[in-house]
Design a protein around this ligand. Sequence first.
Ligand code: PLP
Length: 456
Amino acid sequence: MLRNDQLDQWDRENFLHPSTHLGQHARGESATRIISKASGVYIEDRDGTRLLDAFAGLYCVNAGYGRTEVADAIADQARELAYYHSYVGHGTEASITLAKMIMDRAPAHMSKVYFGLSGSDANETNIKLIWYYNNILGRPEKKKIISRWRGYHGSGLMTGSLTGLELFHKKFDLPLSQVIHTEAPYYYRRQDDSMSEEQFSAHCAAELEALIEREGADTIAAFIGEPVLGTGGIVPPPAGYWQAIQAVLEKHDILLVADEVITGFGRLGTMFGSEHYGLKPDFITIAKGLTSAYAPLSGSIVSDKVWKVLEQGTDENGPIGHGWTYSAHPICAAAGVANLKLIDDLGLVANAGSVGGYLNAAMKDALGDHPNVGDVRGEGLLCAVELVEEKATRKALDPTRKVTASIVSAMVEQGVIARVMPQGEIIGFAPPFCLSQGEADKIVDATTQAIKATLG
Ligand code: PLP
């Protein structure tokens, strides 16, 4: 086995890491952690440190680590048939079965699923299909996409544009001109304190409608949003938000893309966030929880309404000019089939709902009165603690103090991994669905102790 210092040196010399301060990492100025194994909700590094992963990797190891059912399905598929493509109508037992399992779980008005490999490429597919859709319908001007500030939809050229976080635009010449952003449904950071949640939702819908009218509804193709804002701060929508937004979209004949990369397959305690909040999307983006990250796989689910136009398009123009070599890769599909079956067999969606409710309530109880905790919010197994300088005024902490990063480091000392969300002073939690109440208590204790040790 290679020595840790050897791996550390090779890492810093050779590996360009995503979402990393490249200079500091290469120069050895920032810590690194080499993960070697994992089981349930725990990961272990090469030094033997065992940590409760309260972020499920990147909100993705939903079924938990070390699931032999999924590992065996991957190995069996690799031995039997490692690869065949899905172009020109080809399929495998795994990919066809998985498509059926997805459509059995999706809202009734959805029609078919296209397979990709990541949330980013699935959203890329969605936008291409939306442009194709409007070209087939003879409205070539209707192409702009509205996203929200603080939305996260990936980090490609189009998807990085859809993402509404500064870090993903700055110095990358993004967003592209076809993408425009509207207000985030971030009730805690509302401008007007006197607004109720419902009034704030109505305000967000009015802002959206004003933007559509400024741009011209005949130039706007679609609106994309996560049922619960994820990477932008784990922000559940205020009461009435999705109803108000959907009324505007319907009025102006604008398609809705529900990006369910985080919420799909159970994180909110329901199979889809669309079901949870009463969304009727034209596209649903899925990824992470589809295989619980045992293999890279994503999907674009299209509605009956969209499907009919796609069918018309290929009748008029020939085969759809879109596809990846690894679309519906059989090894990934086998992982998906085993994972969705496991989630059903173990009742993990219900567990995400009940333990998620417990975690959120316990976090509020423990921290709701702390003078530097402005907001504790969440839904299902998503939870966030937002830190402030002053509770009453919601005054922000000085970002140069890097308080949230210090707290999250202190939590690692307590044996728990949480995430510093990229914009604002927000600690994020998104544990695997197999979390127990005892493990939820451990997360809350570690957070409380780390906040008290850092801020008093
Ligand atoms: N959409 C949402 C809501 C996400 O949270 C993410 C990733 O976190 C993506 C899209 C992009 O997925 P990927 O990182 O697999 O490209």
